[in-house]
Design a protein around this ligand. Structure first.
Ligand SMILES: [Zn+2]
Length: 414
């Protein structure tokens, strides 16, 4: 529709009569191009780069008049500073991370927008969030991957072995990428999918027999990126007693649809990442049975979902929200590990990674993340979250993944 209107408008401008730019028979409306998961080289300059993030965090800290504190809490394998921003003085901690996969770029932008708002707004809501919560945000937790615009970090197995001599004879882990992945060539610059490098035991040290491991087993904290995030988490536990809420911001496939419609999924949500430690399937982590709070995770997801459904009254795209597949057991993710440690946990999976959608729909998708985050923070600050019905979570429509299923692969590319 838009393309035809643009062509017709061009015809009006250059001609003296109302002739469309395409002469001949009246055009028939072309069907929208089929959605493709085929990797492409897409520009990403509209997204915030690592260096731009440093500048923006400095600016936010400066204009916030002391409300936002920014610090460097660690280093990536290639030596990039891992930045953390904190705002609010409340007793309840909300920890939010983004871009553990470097080709998933709306999260950092939404987080920077959120920090700007919380640091500068005098609105009642912003004040309430600052009074009731301490928001701790790390916009780019895998900056080497972000700078390469790819999923994995920039680290060899040999480097890991040099840090952990006990692994000298171990094979590399299953999530070590050395070939082609999502259109990126890792053969000269291998790396790990560090979103499988967490362990529910936050003090875990890797053992030789752990490798190669698998997606349904925990990780090992072999990367400096996950070690840094873990150290932030345990530091917050020590300071506040518990990390109330953890949110991790991701992207998923570009072509998933809302069941029974032709609408692409704008974002999927989830509050379930591991088998329940109270059940036989989750017995490997039975020691976490008492701290695991699945109902609270559901309430947090409902808060995000409700905020987006309200926003859908202005833009229906915000309403195309589905539930991420629930039959997963991923104790090697930050969400799985931190959820077992007692945090309410929320996954955002925005439509399309950079190799598929690039910058298409960037504003809308970033706004989707922002609205979802705002729903969670507002609901937590007001206390409303505890009134939300966890059963509403189970009413969120599932995701229609077409031919792509989680069961068909051991490597979820989301
Ligand atoms: Zn991801």
């Amino acid at each position: 529709m838009q393309r035809w209107q643009a062509l017709a408008f061009a015809g009006v401008v250059v001609g003296t009569a109302l002739v469309p730019a395409t002469a001949g028979a009246p055009p028939t409306m072309a069907a929208p191009p089929p959605c493709s998961e085929e990797p492409r080289e897409n520009p990403i300059t509209e997204f915030t780069s690592y260096d731009e993030m440093l500048v923006e965090l400095d600016r936010i800290e400066r204009v916030s008049a002391g409300r936002v504190a920014v610090e460097d809490v660690g280093g990536s394998n290639k030596g990039r500073d891992m930045m953390l921003a904190r705002v609010g003085t409340g007793p309840k901690v909300v920890f939010i991370t983004a871009e553990i996969h470097g080709n998933e770029k709306t999260g950092p932008d939404a987080l920077l927008d959120m920090l700007d708002y919380l640091g500068t707004s005098d609105s009642t809501t912003a004040q309430q969030i600052r009074d009731q919560l301490t928001v701790v945000a790390m916009p780019k937790i895998n900056p080497d991957a972000g700078s390469l615009d790819r999923r994995g970090n920039d680290m060899t197995w040999q480097e890991v072995q040099s840090h952990f001599p006990q692994l000298a004879a171990s094979p590399p882990p299953w999530n070590y990428i050395t070939d082609q992945r999502q259109g990126d060539d890792y053969s000269q610059r291998p790396g790990f999918d560090v979103n499988r490098d967490y362990h529910p035991n936050l003090a875990y040290q890797p053992q030789p027999q752990d490798f190669p491991g698998s997606s349904d087993k925990p990780g090992w904290f072999i990367s400096p990126e996950t070690q840094t995030v873990r150290d932030v988490y345990t530091g917050l536990q020590a300071e506040f007693g518990a990390v109330d809420t953890y949110v991790d911001l991701h992207h998923q496939g570009a072509c998933y649809t809302v069941p029974g419609t032709d609408e692409f999924v704008t974002m999927s949500l989830s509050g379930k990442f591991v088998a329940d430690p109270n059940t036989p399937e989750g017995a490997a982590f039975a020691e976490f049975a008492d701290s695991y709070r699945p109902e609270y995770s559901k309430q947090l997801n409902v808060a995000a979902y409700n905020a987006l459904q309200s926003a859908a009254e202005r833009n229906p795209d915000f309403g195309n929200i589905t539930l991420y597949p629930q039959d997963i057991n991923l104790p090697g993710t930050g969400l799985g590990a931190f959820q077992l440690n007692g945090s309410g946990a929320v996954l955002f999976e925005v439509r399309g990674q950079t190799q598929t959608l690039g910058e298409q729909h960037r504003d809308m998708l970033t706004r989707t993340v922002y609205i979802g985050l705002d729903g969670i923070l507002s609901s937590l600050a007001s206390g409303e979250v505890t009134e939300l019905d966890p059963a509403a979570y189970d009413q969120i429509p599932p995701t229609d993944r077409g031919q792509r299923t989680l069961q068909g692969t051991t490597d979820i590319e989301d």
